[in-house]
Design a protein around this ligand. Sequence first.
Ligand code: HEC
Length: 296
Amino acid sequence: MKNMKRYRLIILFCLCFLAVANVNAQNDWQVPAKENENLSPFLFDDDMILEGRISYENSCTSCHGSPGQDDFTPMAPPPGDPASDQFQLQTDGALFHKIKMGRGTMPKFEDAFADDELWNLIAYIRSFNKDYKQELPNMEGVVIPEYSMKLSFDENIDKLVVKVFANEEAQAEVGVTAYVMGTFGKFLVGKAQTNQLGIAYLDVDPTMPGDEEGKLNVLVKATKGFARAKMESKMTMVEPTIRKSAIEGRHIWSTDKMAPVWLKASFFITIFGVWLVLLVIVIGLRGIKKANEDEA
Ligand code: HEC
């Protein structure tokens, strides 16, 4: 009996120890020192936050919930709320490393997102921390070029052609992203890098709905490190959309065009018949009335 009690105690002790060890293991996500100090080569601006939000909603909300709402999915270890201290007290480099490499249930996003997209996510996560001040890498002696762009559309290859310049000089290896601005938000057209001639080609889906002249409102962004530029332009790129008036063509309520001749004919014959019956009745009633008067 005494032995039994001792066994129970030992088992209980072991369980407690395991639980504590497990919790410790969860919190103890080591990030290599070099990675921990890694800084974003981009300035976290509104554009980055917006892009980060889109990626976050597509890839992270399912587990981490909406930042600041503490509505992350309950699982072990808990994913945590990105607006909480658990996230915010870490360095940008640590967050970058963890999102990129993953651990256990936390997926590895290395292949899903390019580095600049990972930084977008961190810009978004940081937007929930009003005390956050971005630490920038040493920019001494670094000149940030001012980009300008030239857009055209090559209809032979269905590609948007973007040329990036700085001081009239073509810029190579610049990341170019293009969107189509629609009524309900913006749609990604594609991403590409400029070649040695400073030109990037982006595939355009020719089935995209344009306006009556086949024009699309495109937004093009060029980024490389801290250099970034934006340009919006209306360009003819797709087949024109012919908008039909609501009463035109084969709409159900467009009875005139929909109805075959026999249907129209029988409709009018029926109407005519009804009026004819009414007329006969009226004439009949008048006859009765007249007969009455004659009698009196
Ligand atoms: C399938 C669920 C799931 C998805 C999807 C997911 N996470 Fe996680 N995440 C977790 C879990 C679980 C943990 C805790 C992992 C651990 O501690 O071992 C975690 C941990 C993290 C951490 C580290 C938190 C800490 O305490 O150090 C960061 C940062 C993070 N996630 C960011 C993201 C981002 C950004 C995305 C979207 C791109 C994402 N996660 C998508 C489940 C997920």
